[in-house]
Design a protein around this ligand. Structure first.
Ligand code: NCD
Length: 312
């Protein structure tokens, strides 16, 4: 592995990653996963991850905490805004300045686009974007791509269907920009009112083969990966609009019967009704494995941000 491009660097947008950076992270994830406990637990020793979540989280926060613990480090932060001074009206800027004083890496989830970029300009220590509005969720895209690589053996050459709320789902945008580094066929499947925001994928035009559909059946015989997303109720300006599209797609045994035998069904989670629990036991269902790869990939990212080089 060459020079570590992540040492002391922010992770704000997947657009900042070139293919070599992606592969560097994937390789580092393999390395981290294979280290002996005694080696791994030196990489974050005495260091703290400081976080603040202005939106709910289960996996992102817990996997980062678990990852930091596995490196021998600790985590401090705000998961419940009501118990913090945000409740008294403290600004995002001041909150970040304070976390910056107490930690070595800062993890931020915030409902506004641009929030992580803003935080990165204020803080001395590196920022990790754990979700910024409906804009981006770069570490989710990294773990999604790592999952594809581990489960399918390759990313290039695959046909990937992305299904659900493509308008508001931030994981979709990060994943699209990440996958643009590979030769993949993209099928976007959504109700017409939840199609991808064209202005947000403007830079992808001509870089990627993208087709749009509203009928999932149209892509089932071709897709190697079906990446399902939750309809983002909290981002709808009008609840009635949500009511119209909720439950638009459900992946179940009938869907699998029409799909490729080895299709990988993924989901960033949480799922509501878009994937039936009845397929959880199938080999196609890899969404829980995906969450597990997430911890390893995030441990690799933290280790790379905190150390100039990793043990071999
Ligand atoms: C996603 C998010 O927060 O964007 N969750 C996650 O981090 N896995 C997806 C979602 O909330 O639907």
């Amino acid at each position: 592995m060459g020079t570590n491009p992540f040492f002391d660097k922010d992770i704000v947008s997947i657009k900042d990653f070139v293919k070599d950076d992606l592969e560097y992270v994937f390789e580092a994830t393999d390395t981290i996963s294979s280290l002996k406990h005694s080696e791994r637990s030196e990489l974050g020793k005495g260091r703290a991850l400081g976080y603040v979540f202005y939106e709910p989280s289960t996996r992102t926060r817990m996997s980062f905490e678990a990852a930091m613990a596995s490196l021998g480090g600790s985590s401090i932060g705000i998961a419940d805004l009501k118990s913090s001074s945000v409740e008294k009206g403290e600004s995002l800027a001041d909150t970040i300045r304070i976390i910056d004083l107490y930690s070595d890496v800062i993890l931020l989830r915030h409902p506004m686009d641009g929030s992580s970029r803003f935080a990165a300009e204020l803080s001395q220590n590196p920022i990790i974007n754990a979700g910024s509005g409906s804009e981006e969720h770069p570490t989710q895209a990294l773990l999604d791509m790592y999952t594809i690589l581990r489960e399918k053996g390759t990313i290039g050459g695959l046909s990937v269907a992305i299904v659900g709320d493509l308008k508001y789902g931030r994981t979709v945008y990060s994943l699209l920009y990440g996958l643009a580094n590979y030769d993949v066929d993209i099928h976007l499947v959504s109700p017409t009112t939840l199609q991808v925001r064209k202005e947000s994928i403007y830079e992808l035009q001509g870089r990627m083969k993208i087709k749009e559909h509203s009928n999932l059946d149209e892509v089932l015989t071709e897709a190697d990966v079906i990446y399902v997303t939750r309809i983002q109720r909290e981002r709808f300006p009008d609840v009635q609009e949500y009511e119209k599209v909720k439950g638009s797609y459900t992946i179940d045994e009938k869907t699998l019967a029409k799909a490729k035998k080895d299709v990988a069904v993924m989901h960033p989670l949480p799922r509501l009704d878009e994937i039936s629990q009845s397929i959880d036991h199938t080999k196609n269902a890899i969404y829980f494995k995906q969450a597990s790869y997430g911890k390893e990939l995030r441990a690799a990212l933290l280790a790379l941000m905190l150390n100039e080089s990793l043990p071999r």
